[in-house]
Design a protein around this ligand. Structure first.
Ligand SMILES: Cc1cc2nc3c(=O)[nH]c(=O)nc-3n(C[C@H](O)[C@H](O)[C@H](O)COP(=O)(O)OP(=O)(O)OC[C@H]3O[C@@H](n4cnc5c(N)ncnc54)[C@H](O)[C@@H]3O)c2cc1C
Length: 380
């Protein structure tokens, strides 16, 4: 076993995802990067093969696994070296659909979860706005009661899968008169609802095959049963889901950095300079060894935080620590991997060049390093 936290079932899942990624994703994903999209057929196929149901309860067609499964799943998607593909999947499985799994009513679970598990419906999560990112409570989107439902107005920014999702979980202020965190609710807004549209898809430094959209909600009316969980509890739901979301993304980054080290070790063992391989230079192999040690530490911290989460503990401090540590570690690792590829590391045909662009968001998105360190400091 690779770690004390990983049992045989998780190891089997790891191998299943790895085989699938190597066979179906890696040979095709260059084209998806160029197309700026993961083909719907792939999401369909992954859903049918059961990859989207790892965290969905068995009674709704999933496997009902715990948080460590999300870390392992993230790692194996990350090893593909195509961050845009990985995040397309993880937003659906670990960032968005858990809103129904964790806080939805029985009717919402029956309506949505089986279709989320098979990929018949793909999801997104809309929290960030043009003027509210790290400071979630500063959001301006409103949802006011109107008849048997709510009328939503606002703009959501940087929404992964925003342009392709069938259901977007939109955070909005249902009580603008109280402290930000006390008056937010979450709504399931279905694609095709009047007034709900993608105003633009955003070009990015990396994650090219992932769709990142700006969404406009212009007098969008949703029925009462689109409200997820309790009214005005949305901020707490977001904070709770952040722990799972961060662990899945941490897994992705660790998988990406691990693959980058492997590719770099192979490269420097082959590449000759000054009469011998680059690997024969202590400065290079020791730096790679140190990066491997740091990455192993990040992985164990992530498993540990996931395990504690599954025991029902409050793990905000642990998850924040590992989010900051892993994001900085993986960035540093891939920086070195590009360095030791020399000029080839700067050429678009190498995986490390793409990983370098894709990695940059890990210390910004889903909780910037500084914001994570504040969460840790508050608890010190
Ligand atoms: C490609 C991409 C995909 C995304 N996908 C989604 C999605 O699906 N859904 C969604 O809701 N959001 C999504 N986001 C938004 C993402 O989570 C935010 O960008 C992130 O939370 C940071 O918010 P911001 O960009 O507004 O930065 P700001 O909040 O403006 O912060 C800018 C920088 O200031 C620093 N900073 C912020 N606060 C502090 C502090 N208290 N102390 C010290 N330094 C601080 C940090 O370095 C931070 O990077 C995505 C973003 C990108 C780029």
């Amino acid at each position: 076993m690779s770690s004390i936290y990983i049992n045989e079932d998780l190891e089997a899942i790891r191998l299943g995802v790895r085989e699938y990624v190597e066979k179906e994703i890696v040979p095709r994903a260059d084209q998806w990067e160029a197309d700026r999209a993961v083909p719907p057929e792939i999401l369909d196929q992954m859903g049918k093969l059961g990859f989207f149901g790892l965290r969905i309860p068995e009674e709704y067609g999933g496997l009902g696994l715990g948080t460590i499964a999300s870390v392992v799943f993230g790692e194996e998607l990350g090893r593909s070296t195509y961050g845009g593909f990985s995040i397309t999947v993880l937003v659906h499985t670990d960032l968005a659909s858990p809103y129904v799994t964790n806080f939805g009513t029985k009717a919402q679970k029956e309506k949505y979860l089986p279709k989320f598990a098979t990929g018949e419906l793909i999801t997104a999560i809309g929290v960030t706005e043009p003027d509210a990112g790290s400071d979630v409570a500063a959001m301006r989107t409103t949802a006011r009661r109107d008849g048997d439902g709510f009328r939503i107005n606002g703009t959501k920014m940087f929404i992964t899968n925003g342009g392709i999702a069938d259901v977007v979980f939109v955070a909005a202020k249902t009580n603008p008169d109280v402290k930000g965190s006390r008056g937010i609710s979450i709504f399931a807004v279905e694609q095709g609802t009047d007034g709900f549209k993608t105003s633009r898809s955003l070009e990015k430094m990396g994650w090219h095959s992932s769709n990142t959209a700006e969404l406009v909600l212009d007098d969008v009316w949703v029925p009462e049963d689109a409200l997820i969980g309790e009214e005005n509890r949305g901020f707490y739901y977001i904070m709770e889901n952040f722990q799972n979301e961060r662990l899945a993304i941490i897994g992705q980054g660790i998988g990406e950095a691990q693959r980058a080290i492997e590719l770099t070790v192979d490269y420097v063992k082959e590449r000759k300079a000054f009469g011998a391989s680059l690997w024969s230079k202590q400065a290079i192999r020791q730096r790679l060894a140190m990066r491997q040690a740091e990455l192993d530490a990040a992985r164990e911290l992530a498993y540990g935080a996931a395990w504690l989460t599954d025991q029902g503990e409050d793990t905000v401090r642990q998850v924040s620590e590992v989010k900051a540590f892993a994001a900085e570690t993986t960035n540093r690792t891939i920086y070195d991997c590009v360095q030791f590829h020399g000029g080839m590391g700067f050429i678009a045909e190498t995986a490390v060049e793409r990983l370098y662009r894709d990695m940059r968001i890990h210390s910004i998105g889903g909780g910037a390093t500084e914001v994570m360190l504040e969460e840790v400091a508050k608890r010190m």
